[in-house]
Ligand binder design. Structure first.
Ligand code: EAX
Length: 324
């Protein structure tokens, strides 16, 4: 880990109130929206195993599932749960600066996304959580999002026109689908499968790991590998939870967060390698050759609005970032 990340992660964990007395035993509640077998589940399991091992079980971790990410963030904010692993989907409603990472076609590939988020750019965004009563501990990963639907094969932007597409509660994503002529319908992940089953929406967009882990092939026939958005995830905790840790336990917490990120990203990479074939095996019709330049051209108006409404300089820094 670079010194930048170590210092920033230490800052994120040190920012809360002065450490109180180390408590005899503490249970940390960590919630996320996906099955235990998912890429979030892998991260949560690594976090639990590492923190309990390093503290000799003085700190225990209870992992729970809750498929409403906005609710989880609200619960962390008020302290009814300690931490959540969530996609950035609803995060921009709490920490507006984070919306920049949701811009379509911003990240070139996984190395670019992971590199930016682990650099001073990503650490700077995490530090903006504290002003909103949250601690952004470490960036994790959801993955590149692709479009599925139950009505037709999508080969070009024109095929998206008129589709009712479920989006996360994310203005940046909704703007993109509006620009393509779709009918974006924002809803929590918890409402997605019933909406697809009842035909309230025709389609949705999610990374391969989410589609596989939730068997969305059972309610969606067509998959197009648009890769239109890189979806970060983030481990967010209640500042009070961190403030009650001793300095030694905050260091253990950092190590557990890094273990969670490694396990999560490894699972995403594994799911990306095998997930498309698995979804074909389960009966989905997959369009793999996608003219992403055509989608980017079709999104020109949305990009102009993003430049005006979001931090244009930061968008350029992210696009221009290269590993040193
Ligand atoms: O974070 O809501 C979504 O589509 C998210 O990608 C999912 O909950 C995993």
């Amino acid at each position: 880990m670079t010194m930048t990340r170590r210092l920033a992660l230490a800052a994120a964990l040190a920012a809360p109130l002065a450490a109180g007395p180390a408590l005899a035993q503490t249970t940390i509640t960590l919630q996320h929206a996906l099955p235990a077998t998912s890429h979030y589940g892998a991260g949560a399991a690594a976090f639990k195993e590492t923190l309990e091992r390093l503290t000799n079980n003085r700190l225990r971790v209870t992992v729970q599932r809750n498929d409403n990410e906005r609710e989880m963030i609200e619960s962390v904010q008020i302290g009814t749960i300690d931490c959540t692993i969530t996609s950035t989907g609803p995060v921009g409603n709490f920490v507006p600066a984070v919306r920049v990472v949701d811009v379509p076609f911003l990240f070139r590939d996984y190395p670019h996304a992971r590199g930016v988020l682990d650099s001073e750019i990503g650490q700077g965004l995490l530090q903006q959580f504290s002003a909103r009563g949250l601690a952004g501990v470490i960036w994790m990963e959801n993955g590149f999002r692709h479009l599925t639907n139950s009505r037709r094969e999508v080969n070009s932007p024109a095929d998206v026109r008129g589709l009712k597409v479920r989006t996360m509660e994310n203005q940046v994503h909704m703007r993109a689908f509006q620009t393509l002529g779709a009918l974006p319908t924002p809803m929590a992940f918890s409402e997605l499968v019933p909406a697809l089953q009842q035909g309230t929406v025709d389609g949705q967009e999610n990374p391969i790991p989410v589609i596989v882990a939730n068997n969305l092939n059972q309610v969606q026939r067509f998959l197009t590998l648009t890769g239109h958005v890189y979806s970060p995830a983030v481990l967010i905790c209640n500042p009070g939870t961190l403030g009650r840790l001793s300095a030694a336990d905050r260091a253990h917490f950092q190590e557990a967060a890094r273990a969670a990120q490694r396990a999560n990203r490894e699972k995403v990479s594994a799911d990306e390698a095998s997930g498309v074939e698995e979804l074909r095996r389960r009966g989905m019709q997959v369009v793999t050759q996608v003219d992403t330049a055509a989608f980017q051209t079709a999104l020109a108006a949305a990009f102009q609005q993003y430049e005006r409404e979001l931090d244009g300089a930061l968008l350029r820094r992210i696009r221009d970032w290269r590993p040193n």
